[in-house]
Each structure stands twice: as C-alpha cells, then as structure tokens.
Design a protein around this ligand. Sequence first.
Ligand code: NAP
Length: 235
Amino acid sequence: MNYRPQTTVILAMTADGKIADYQNAPARFGSQVDQAHLEEQIHLVDGVLFGANTLRAYGTSMSIRDPQLIQARRDRNLPTQPIHIVASASGELDQNFKFFQQPIPRWLLTLPENNHDWQDKNLFERVLTAKVIKTKNQATNQSDRFNWQLILARLKELGINKLAILGGSTLVSSLFEIKAIDEIWLTVCPFIFGGKNSPTPVSGAGWVQSEAIELNLLEVRQIGQEMFLHYAVKT
Ligand SMILES: NC(=O)c1ccc[n+]([C@@H]2O[C@H](COP(=O)([O-])OP(=O)(O)OC[C@H]3O[C@@H](n4cnc5c(N)ncnc54)[C@H](OP(=O)(O)O)[C@@H]3O)[C@@H](O)[C@H]2O)c1
C-alpha cells in the first residue's frame, strides 16, 4: 500500500499497560535508554505525528539532539529534523508552549472551521485543514472527525514517506481503526500506575477478541529494567 506513509507507533508503557498516570501527566517514566531509543526512531522518519493532548501534556516535542543522528540524516540528504505534526480538531493550542520556540519544522492538522488564524501567525510552517468525515461516533467523540485516509494520502503527497506516531491513545486508536498502522515499538517500563482512567496505548471503542488486531513480534531487547518490544501489524 503506498497511498499513505509507512507508520510506526512508538510508546512507553508501564508493566500494567498504562502510557500515563490517572492525572494524564506527561510520560517521563522511561529511562535515558528509552529516550535515546525514541530519538533514534525519530531520526528515521520524515515526520512525527501526535495528538493535541500529548502536546498539551508535554508542551514540547522531542527533537533530535544526538550529533551522530543529525549527521546520519544529513548523510541521507534529509533535513536535520523531521516535521512535527500536531493533530488538533479544535485548533486550541497555547501559543506559549515551548514547542513553538523549538528549532523544528511544525505543521498543524485541524478542521477548516477551527483554523483560528494559525495560518497568519507564522508558528506553523503549514496548516493542513482536514476534511470532515461523518462517523456514527460523531455525536460523542469529536476526535473521530478527521478523514485520516485523505490526510495520510496528503502527507504522502507532501513527501512524508515514513511517519512516527507518538501518541496519545486517541490518535493511535483512530489510525488503528482505519488499519493505517504498520509497526509498533512498545517500551515496557518497570512501574505500575493502575487506575481505570489511566490511558493505555490504544483507546477508542475497542475490538472484540475475534476481531482483534493481530501482531507479529519482530524483535525483543532487554536493556536494564526495560523491555523493548517491536511488532509488525499483521495485514
Ligand atoms: N507513554 C508514552 O509514550 C506517551 C506518548 C504520548 C502521549 N502520552 C500520554 O497520552 C496522554 C494523551 O493522550 P490522549 O489520548 O488523551 O490524547 P492525544 O491522542 O494525544 O490527543 C487527542 C487530541 O488530539 C486531536 N486528535 C487526535 N485524534 C484525532 C482524530 N482522529 N480526529 C481529530 N482530532 C484528533 C484532538 O485534538 P483537539 O482536542 O484539539 O480537538 C484530540 O482531543 C497524555 O497523558 C500523554 O502524557 C504518553
């Protein structure tokens, strides 16, 4: 399938499968090895995509700082940093986020009616206004309104061949729902967060067991107290 970029989800989770605590605090429970792993994955792609709540939690996005990784991108004739793409249906983002001072290319994906003059503010290099798709969840879940097939095709047209999906679970579930995820890296970290409101890697309505998304385990690495699991999504 080449109508869309190749996609890899990269997330850290606790041993009980949570990607944040019940307060939705930014996930800073991964070790430095995990941070380096994330940076390495990011250096492989043309763009990184994340949901607005992830940006709201962190206020920043991870840029590539390791000189060797930057050089490796230069050697492949890639820009030093991939494009950082925020998905925000509402377009409601705080302009004081440190994200807007980071030396990275930024794109916004929003709905046409929520553009909020972002185009004129020079904070995003590109504002993509996504067409709306009507879904049966529309009344209750505004996040289901992006037409991801069209968006991903547009990103591909714009030169994004490899895309890293950095969370959160709302965004990841939307992309799983249209079978647009190819691979997953999960770092299992030695913590338990518990709590029924703590997010897991994939939210949404879920799938019954007989329709579950199946994975192939490609690779397992244990480094220190963490396990790095690499899966391909079965087609
Ligand atoms: N452990 C990790 O590796 C990791 C990584 C990333 C995030 N996290 C955690 O995950 C939590 C955030 O996850 P989350 O599920 O709440 O949020 P999210 O997926 O980061 O963001 C959700 C928001 O993004 C926009 N969005 C996402 N999918 C959309 C869609 N299909 N259509 C339209 N808009 C869409 C909407 O923005 P608007 O609200 O602007 O409409 C939506 O409210 C935070 O606590 C963060 O710390 C953990």
